[in-house]
Each structure stands twice: as structure tokens, then as C-alpha cells.
Design a protein around this ligand. Sequence first.
Ligand SMILES: [Zn+2]
Ligand SMILES: [Zn+2]
Length: 293
Amino acid sequence: MFDYLDALITGFLGTVHWTWRSIIFDVPWYTNYFWGLIIISLVVWGLEVLFPWRKEQPIFRKDFWLDAFYMFFNFFVFAIVISGVYKVLGVLFSYMGINAQTLAVVDMANWPQWLQLLLFFVVLDFVQWFTHVLLHRYPFLWEFHKVHHSVKEMGFAAHLRFHWMENILYKPLKTLGVMVLGGFEPEQAYIVHFAAIAIGHFNHANIKLTYGPLKYILNNPVMHLYHHAYTIPKGSHGVNFGISLSVWDYLFKTNYIPESSGQIELGFPGDETLPKGFWGQLTYGFKKPKKEN
Ligand SMILES: [Zn+2]
Ligand SMILES: [Zn+2]
């Protein structure tokens, strides 16, 4: 019992301490997600202001501050709250004889660094694409994911507007992905994490960007805008589920970009009933979903 309590407290305090050290620049700059997130946000926001796709959209669009708050909440506050719990689960699994290496099928230790990073990026992106499909496919998961789809005007910070339960729902398959790859993150995994933040910010930015022929590999603002479309193709649970990569949607035929004016309604049928503020959204999704229409 003391092991669990100890894990809970050290996990929690460790993350508090790390976050604080990031804020005061006391960690290696390339692992500083606190200031890294702020810099990436300012750069992408600056590009939105300079090269807006929907020119009539205000710089401080609808829910700008709500989303700015979500960025820090999901990235840091929630991470601190949950870190102890994850540590406890680690202890529990190790008692059960399961450790990070149990499921390893790839031994990347002797691979070149760039190949390790690339495989890590691709595998983690795929499991997240799959999780995202599930969030749309199953009504009880969709209830939580509605918070992300409640964005009515799209801008970079919408990237991190999502229900805290999504952090938890994405975790099992992400952990499985890491375990399959040998149970540890490559030494320079921060490159992958920062790339994912930047791509995610761009995906939600008010900038018309498709990366030319790379659009079949990389997710982009045009493709992702249609993921947020109010009206989705009949009979589907959604389209363009890609996180950083678009290639999964092309492979599994869930890609759909009917036009590229950027002038479409965003949200979902019934979005007017979703709580508008953070506190309402925080507890949303746990009651049995009501029948819509
Ligand atoms: Zn979605
Ligand atoms: Zn989105």
C-alpha cells in the first residue's frame, strides 16, 4: 500500500517540480514544453494574422481565450493531476509482472537515431488516428470528443480544446505503441513531440496551407477544417481523422475534401446544447447521452 502512496506522491511532485523548473528555464531548452508551447503558439498565431485564410475572422476569434486556457490546462494542469495516477498504475503492472518491455517486438536500440524517431512518430500517430476514429464511432466516447468539435471559429489554439478525458482515452494505445517499440521513448523524442504540437497548431490555424504533394502524407489546415465540418457525408461517423499524418485517411479511404473556400459551418448538430464555458465542459460527457434530433 505504501508503494502506491509513494508512487502517487512522487509522481505528482515530480511533475509539479519539472513544470516549475521549465517555467524558470531550469531544464534543457529542447525539453522545455512550457515555453516551447508558447513560442510555437505565437509563431503560428503571427502567421494567421499575416496570412489569414478567412479574412473576415477576427484575430481574437470566438472562444480565443477559452482555447488559450485549454492549452495550458490540458498540457500542464491535467498532466500534473494525473501523473501520480500513472505512476501508481506502473507499480501495479510491475507487481503483475508486466513491464514496459513485456510486449516489445522491435528492438530499435542499434538503429540510427533518425530511424528510431521516424518509426516512433509513425507508430504513435497511427494509434492516435485509430483512437480518434473510435472517439467518433462510439457514442459514449463521442460525448467527450464533442468538446473539441464545439469550435465554431477555427484558429491555432483550438488544437488543444478537448475534454480532459481524451488525455486518458488516448493513453492506452499510445502506451501500447511505446511498448511494442521496446518500451522506451527514443532519446530525442522531444523532436517528435514538438513536431506534433506544431503540426497540430497548423491543422487548426486560419491559414490556407496544404504542403503541395505532401498533403497525402501530412495533415493540414484545409483537410482538418473538413474534419470539423458541421455537415459530414451521410452514413459516415466523420472524415479526415488524421492527427499529424493524413496518410492513414488516404489508406483507409476516410479522406474527404469537397472544396477549399474555408467558408463552411463548423460544429455538429446539437452543438448549441453543449456547455459554453470551461467548467461546464469539464464535467460534460459522463451522463448517458440523450437521443438527438
Ligand atoms: Zn474529431
Ligand atoms: Zn481538430
